[in-house]
Design a protein around this ligand. Structure first.
Ligand SMILES: [Zn+2]
Length: 207
């Protein structure tokens, strides 16, 4: 017997991939609560499933980023120490930007595959391939503050997006710069921020 939710899921899983691609991706929300000396993430398993990554991979990342340890019990992750939900959510979104979202088109329909000795993030939606090592944020590029609309940033355009926008990466963020071309270094003004995606307009070409 299936319950309603399971039926919906079954129906969704049986949709052809082309249909799935056009579903708008919403960043899953971590649900966590501090209980005494531990923090319980109630929906770790569910969230991992939504982004199509093994729960163990996400758990390992969270442990490393939060400097803690713990155990996975069914859907639940129990971590030593007290962590605010928002804090865990931010780490989760950084994980998304690094290991899930396509740097080219921003879709989550990606797979991690091994090719020779390289680990590649392959996008099922647009077909682009990116070595995982190359898209990992370098410490120098890490930002501690959230980018804001109106702010000006300097970025190097490393890709061309589907709609012809220049695409750059800054720490955990993917930046779509209209009016910029691959290979350019530009000063750009932020026009929108959506999770870890930033939309900007080129103001000045520096190189
Ligand atoms: Zn893509």
């Amino acid at each position: 017997m299936y319950d309603y939710e399971q039926l919906l899921e079954k129906a969704y899983n049986e949709l052809p991939d082309k249909v799935k691609e056009h579903r708008r991706f919403e960043i899953p929300q971590i649900s966590a609560i501090i209980q005494g000396k531990v923090t319980v993430v109630h929906n770790l398993g569910e969230v991992a499933k939504l982004i199509n990554r093994p729960p163990e991979m996400l758990v390992k990342y969270l442990f490393r980023e939060l400097g803690t340890a713990g155990s996975l019990e069914g859907q639940m992750l129990i971590m030593k120490g007290q962590f605010r939900q928002q804090q865990i959510q931010e780490k989760f979104e950084a994980f998304l930007a690094q290991y899930v979202l396509c740097p080219e088109c921003g879709r989550p329909d990606t797979r991690i595959v091994k090719e020779d000795r390289f680990t590649i993030l392959r996008c099922e939606a647009c077909g682009s391939r990116h070595p995982l090592g190359a898209i990992r944020a370098s410490p120098a590029q890490k930002r501690s503050t959230k980018p804001e609309v109106g702010e000006e940033i300097t970025v190097e355009i490393t890709h061309t997006g589907k709609r012809g926008d220049g695409v750059a990466r800054m720490g955990d963020y993917i930046i779509y710069v209209s009016g910029a071309r691959e290979g350019q270094k530009v000063r750009a003004k932020i026009t929108g921020v959506q999770g870890t995606r930033i939309f900007a307009t080129s103001v000045e070409v520096l190189r």
